[in-house]
Design a protein around this ligand. Sequence first.
Ligand SMILES: [Ca+2]
Ligand SMILES: [Ca+2]
Ligand SMILES: [Ca+2]
Length: 267
Amino acid sequence: MKKLLIMLGVLAMISPVLATSITYSEGWEYSGGTTDPAYVAAWADNPAREAIATAYYRSGARSLLVDNGSSYGVKGQTHVLPTAVKGTDASPLVLSTYMVVQAAAHRQYLDFSLELANGNVVAPASGTANVVAIARSITLNGQNARFFAYDGDSWDDTGDAITTYSASGPGTGKYWKVQITVNSTQLLWALYDGAGALNASDTFPLASGVQGMFFDRINIRHPGAANAAVHVAYIDDLSLSGGEIIPEPATVVLLGLGLMLLRRRVT
Ligand SMILES: [Ca+2]
Ligand SMILES: [Ca+2]
Ligand SMILES: [Ca+2]
């Protein structure tokens, strides 16, 4: 009976810890671009076709500029999360950001990939990796720039594309919201227009290797366009929420000590 009570007590202590979800957001409100220590601390830059922009933003006064000129090759930035997190059916992991494309030509040509990764890896053009992602890509499908979802072993064509662009200026209504939701076995992708209305969504099965995977970083990449023109978009209000985090080692140690003390009391 006592052992049962101890087990129940320990379970009661552990379960709130395991159920903790993540809340992370990024608005790129840095003053100095990629040389700003605050920016560098938050995102590891793979120099340097990103910059903090002030002409376009969805909220605050700044956003992240993604400049996709063809000569630059693969560029991007990575944010390592304070703790790894996985999506479950009870608590899916939701990653979203807003983007605005500066001009019609950029809408056609921009390469952009938003990724959740386990370790220092990126979504490959083909093959398996510990990543889930959503991308719009001239590399994958030419100038139509539809969105593709990477489910751990392949890119799936959503058949969906952004249909408007913005000529200039700030404003929430111009930004498309790109979102991926990860549960234990599926990747749901959704696209919302500038008014917040659902524009498109699809569900894809996760490859077995990434089912139940703990992800520890967010990647934003631009793989490099195949066209010589500049391709510019602005990213703002990134959010990662939900899921279940790994308990901090200190928490696990405390729980272990608590268990030992309980056992001593009984014996
Ligand atoms: Ca902002
Ligand atoms: Ca697949
Ligand atoms: Ca679709």
